[in-house]
Design a protein around this ligand. Structure first.
Ligand code: TRP
Length: 335
């Protein structure tokens, strides 16, 4: 009997700066578990990064860094398909074709477009408006069943489904209809300075976030300065004690515990002790990741060979879907 085929999972991540422990505990760490369960395609979405102004040298550098960091953090290039979006031309090609089946009206309802375009001032790129169509192409090329993303991407998954269903209904079943896979509790790491907001690498205050590259002394300093509150009780209460709750969450994530377990082992500590313990847990978690990252960044050839292999494996699947689409809509295939 043949083994039942694994379900396909696709996700993309932007090469926009260093990953934070929020990205790690909230998404990347989860991916390392998913890579054995699903047939996974994970993609550095450099073309999506171009929807807002980018410095060329910086984009290139960050693409290498993100790719290396994902491997260092536990994604195994032999187990999953880890690739760079622009290495697989089918993403751009399908994106154009899907544009012909997407309406201005539905794109103009996207919250992320409204928010990002408001920040861009006058010259908003057409690509920013079109961002969700490229994302739909990413997902649909691989016939993905599941797409692990944050809550903020819910609307983009919905539009991907709408485009796919519209296409399937117009022609015949072509695309698998994907489902979003949203993180369960325990994945949201908040800012160390304003714990009611999500931790973000674009925060103007560097003390608000911890990147996977931060040195132990910086991690310790940032936790020491973390915002808490004026009583002295260590209990998990997001509403009334967001700072302490966030520290407990990070403690639990770094040590592979539940929130309850974290609360039990920290309940009797002072705030200062809790901060030390959280810092220590994070430093220990990051140590092996940072070591592997340094090794990989020194070996560009190895990194590039992983990228190439990833692109080759991705391309095989992507091109098959692209050809199917081209044929159905009436393009003459090149022979
Ligand atoms: N838009 C996603 C984000 O900002 C990144 C992304 C691009 C993505 N293509 C994707 C996520 C395909 C999942 C699937 O987080």
């Amino acid at each position: 009997m043949s083994e039942t085929k694994k379900k396909v999972m696709f996700s993309g991540i932007q090469p926009s700066g260093d990953f934070t422990i929020g990205n790690y505990f909230g998404a990347i760490k989860n991916w390392t578990e998913l890579q054995s369960i699903y047939e996974c395609y994970f993609c550095i979405v450099d073309l999506h990064a171009l929807t807002v102004p980018q410095d060329a040298a910086m984009l290139r550098k960050r693409t290498y860094e993100c790719y290396a960091m994902l491997i260092a953090a536990g994604l195994e290039p032999e187990k999953l398909v880890l690739f760079v979006q622009s290495h697989v031309a089918a993403h751009s090609e399908l994106s154009w074709l899907l544009n012909c089946y997407t309406y201005m009206g539905e794109l103009s309802r996207m919250i992320q477009f409204k928010e990002k375009s408001a920040k861009q001032g006058e010259n908003i790129r057409a690509a920013l408006f079109d961002y969700p169509v490229l994302m739909a192409a990413d997902i649909l090329l691989y016939q993905a069943h599941y797409v692990p993303v944050g809550e903020d991407q819910r609307q983009h998954i919905e539009i991907t489904r709408d485009i796919a269903m519209r296409f399937n209904n117009t022609y015949s079943p072509t695309f698998t209809i994907p489902e979003g896979h949203y993180p369960k509790t325990g994945a949201r790491i908040m800012s160390l300075q304003e714990p009611q907001n999500k931790m973000s690498k674009s925060d103007s205050n560097v003390n608000a976030y911890i990147t996977l590259k931060d040195k132990p002394e910086d991690i310790l300093r940032k936790f020491k300065r973390a915002v808490t509150d004026s009583d002295d009780k260590i209990v998990y209460d997001e509403q009334n004690k967001p700072g302490i709750s966030n520290l407990l969450q990070i403690y639990a994530s770094a040590r592979g515990m539940t929130i309850e377990q974290a609360q039990n082992s920290c309940g009797a500590m002072t705030y200062a002790e809790l901060k030390m313990q959280v810092a220590e847990g994070v430093i220990e978690t990051l140590k092996p990741i940072q070591k592997r990252y340094e090794e990989l960044m020194k070996d560009k050839e190895l990194l590039e060979s992983y990228m190439r292999q990833g692109a080759e494996r991705a391309e095989k699947v992507a091109n098959k879907t692209l050809q199917k689409v081209q044929k159905k809509i009436g393009l003459v295939l090149r022979k």
